[in-house]
Design a protein around this ligand. Structure first.
Ligand code: 7PJ
Length: 277
């Protein structure tokens, strides 16, 4: 057992868990913003929970390659009503996919259970805001920023560079009194990485597990799947599952996905088989 608190609930992270993606952006790349009304967001949440999601990840800032920044007010207006409605209606863990201090504070006040930050709390004020919530935090690696990160990503050694960065963010968190036990790590598939970088990071995910943190993987429908299979976003489920299965075998236990049911079933088998051996 490896139970981690997520706000008013907790998860046993010796078992795999699926985090369902709920984009509340009008321009999100793979679901085109079709869930950007409150009703649609709640319907999608209900479906993902019925399919076995353990958490719902609510994000109001598109971080797809080339995306333009969103104002704090816009992000607050998109995200907070959805979090409030989900917490009112469903008994689940809401994760907030944000880098913005005001959104972190607002989400925590409404009962969010996880801060998921693709900028690893580097944005002004985010570190302090996150520390004050006492919630768990997922620190993700990104090289550059969404506007330009795919232009020419380069590393000395992608595994060493990403793990060095994540450990440096862990150290900064610890300085502010954030206990290591509150932190999850994510290599940041697709965030300033070539196809080779992404493949290496998944191949070497065990190296990140050795750092002693729980790992989250976000590869759902991403460009790397399309690059390997030469398939559009709409046809990337099976490839996504292959990448997530590989990450599971290397120790990742949280999977941020669009397609909940196939992942819940795949991971149930992988986990069961692992325990029977
Ligand atoms: C990730 C994320 C990811 C974590 C996004 C997309 C882009 N959060 N938020 N990890 N990706 N922790 O879904 O394509 O990989 S947004």
């Amino acid at each position: 057992m490896s139970v981690m608190p997520f706000g008013d609930k907790s998860l046993d992270l010796s078992l795999p868990h699926v985090m369902g993606i709920l984009n509340v952006t009008p321009d999100s790349f793979s679901d085109g913003g079709s869930f950007n009304s409150l009703d649609n967001a709640l319907q999608q949440t209900e479906k993902m929970l019925q399919e076995g999601a353990s958490l719902i990840d609510v994000g109001g800032e598109s971080t797809r390659p080339g995306a333009s920044p969103v104002s704090t007010q816009q992000e607050l207006d998109r995200v907070l009503p959805v979090i409030e409605a989900i917490k009112k209606r469903f008994d689940t863990i809401v994760s907030v996919d944000t880098s913005t201090a005001e959104v972190i504070r607002g989400a925590a006040a409404l009962g969010a259970g996880l801060i998921n930050d693709v900028r690893a709390l580097e944005r002004e004020g985010a570190l302090l805001a996150a520390s004050e919530t006492e919630l768990p935090i997922c620190l993700m690696h990104m090289q550059g920023n969404p506007e330009s990160m795919q232009n020419s990503p380069s590393y000395q050694s992608v595994v060493d560079d990403v793990s060095g960065y994540l450990l440096s963010r862990v150290a900064v968190c610890e300085k502010l009194g954030i206990a290591k036990s509150r932190l999850l790590l994510d290599v940041g598939i697709g965030f300033g990485k070539s196809l080779e970088h992404n493949l290496t990071l998944i191949n070497q995910m065990g190296r990140f597990k050795e750092l002693g943190f729980h790992l989250l993987t976000g590869v759902s429908r991403k460009t790397m799947i399309g690059d390997v299979l030469n398939l559009p976003v709409s046809d990337r489920l099976f490839g996504t599952m292959g990448a997530n299965a590989s990450a599971y075998k290397s120790g990742s236990r949280l999977f941020r996905v669009h397609d909940v049911k196939p992942h819940v079933e795949m991971l149930a088998l992988m986990s069961r088989i692992e325990r029977e051996i």
